[in-house]
Design a protein around this ligand. Sequence first.
Ligand SMILES: Cc1cc2nc3c(=O)[nH]c(=O)nc-3n(C[C@H](O)[C@H](O)[C@H](O)COP(=O)(O)OP(=O)(O)OC[C@H]3O[C@@H](n4cnc5c(N)ncnc54)[C@H](O)[C@@H]3O)c2cc1C
Length: 488
Amino acid sequence: MTKQADVVVIGGGITGTAVLHELAKYNLRAVLLEREPELAAGTTKANSAILHAGFDAPAGSMKARMNVEGNAMYHELKDQLDLDIRWSGSFVAAVDDEQMAVLQDLKKRGEENGVPGLEIWDGAKVHEKEPNLSKDVKGALWAPTAGICWPFGMACAFAENAVINGAEVLRECEVKHIIVENGAVKAVETNQGTIETKYVINAAGVHADEISKLAGDDSFTIHPRKGEYILFDKTAQKDLVYTPIFPTPTKMGKGILVCPTTHGNVFVGPDAQDMDDDCKEDTAVTIPGMDEILSKSRHLVPNIPVGATITEFAGVRAVSSTGDFILGPSQMTKGLIQAAGIQSPGLTSAPAIAKYLVDPIVKATGASWKQDYKPGRPAQPCFRTMAAADQNALIAKDSRYGRVICRCETITEGEIVDAIHRPVGARTVDGVKRRTRAGMGRCQGGFCGPRVTQILSRELHIPITEVRKEMCNSYMFYNKETKSGGKA
Ligand SMILES: Cc1cc2nc3c(=O)[nH]c(=O)nc-3n(C[C@H](O)[C@H](O)[C@H](O)COP(=O)(O)OP(=O)(O)OC[C@H]3O[C@@H](n4cnc5c(N)ncnc54)[C@H](O)[C@@H]3O)c2cc1C
């Protein structure tokens, strides 16, 4: 297969999908390539899910600028794309005078970065809002513009909107090579054929340095830094904290936090482990990692409900050799646009990064705004939050909404079928989980997993042995003929 595109985006994480969403507003043929069956298969699926206010990054850095702009843009995008965001605010807590002085520095830096509403609260005021905080907390920096979000859902929303506006998403499409002629990008070679294009946007996360090298630009490297987490069941620790609670930051990052999710759980983490450069996909959790995050999070919130743990997970930060986001045209290869080194606050920054990268392409190509651009996406039914009358009406229209598949989270067959057939629909068990929450509750899919597998097989018209958990080769069952599968 050979096809043509004006712009090829490599990577279907939050950065690539936000870029595609921005490109789809214009009369440009835009294609996103993601090597896994699902979007957000990399760092976007495993992080702290905070829309940061923007006081952490040094003034004048791209991180600071994109963070503050991105945070503001999400306020509008939340309604437009029905994003799962709660504007919770956040605290950085201090336990001694030295840390109280750090809060003053953070506030000053935040004000330089343009973060609105920062305040330093005394211990009594902080405890009024967060009664489960340690009595050692003397004060905190309050950032009212911070929020918590559901990153996978946001990446899907960006992609769905782009697709309904004519952009294309090719999944299981791995970039193998980039053809450069006379110093300019000519085409992208993938396992699904060649795409001729003049612009490539490199949003390949921890692999962005490898993609850049394929196009002849070896000016930076990406180093993996892992962060582990523990997630708690929502019934056991309801109201433990209402907002993300950070410790005062260190050189390695923002520190180990205690944080609510938009779905009512609480998690603790992440630590920061520098990994070997060949460990970019290492998301294993470790006993030392668990010990560290539990002991450090207890300094802030003593009664961490460790007995209510439902899962542990890890994400890998893409730390660039420059220390900042690497954004914009490559100095070595014409047409190669970098979105590399997108570590935290990458989620928050994504819409601002997208605009920063797409505006010059629009200008250079003279592409016009799509007159029939649609700003939203199809509504996604959420049975458990509906009023009883609406639930009954939905069941009367489609009886599959009357069959609960995931009992922990009350997710119906109707919602799972909708998730599979949406514009960039679920192809795997975890794709269903992350779009609907089926399998995200206390039993972690122990009961609903087999039923979700059956529904995927039926709706995608594939044998049950072809249903995968998440990644390309993660078949749910052992296939005797191909001698593969059976492990996630
Ligand atoms: C522990 C941790 C905590 C964090 N907390 C926060 C937070 O609270 N707030 C915040 O704003 N940010 C946070 N971040 C940062 C944020 O998660 C990242 O900046 C963001 O998810 C990066 O998204 P991305 O799209 O650039 O990369 P990814 O999500 O990694 O996407 C890259 C994609 O490229 C694909 N790909 C790679 N190679 C190829 C190829 N050859 N062909 C095709 N596709 C390819 C991958 O499969 C992947 O899906 C955190 C990160 C970590 C690790």
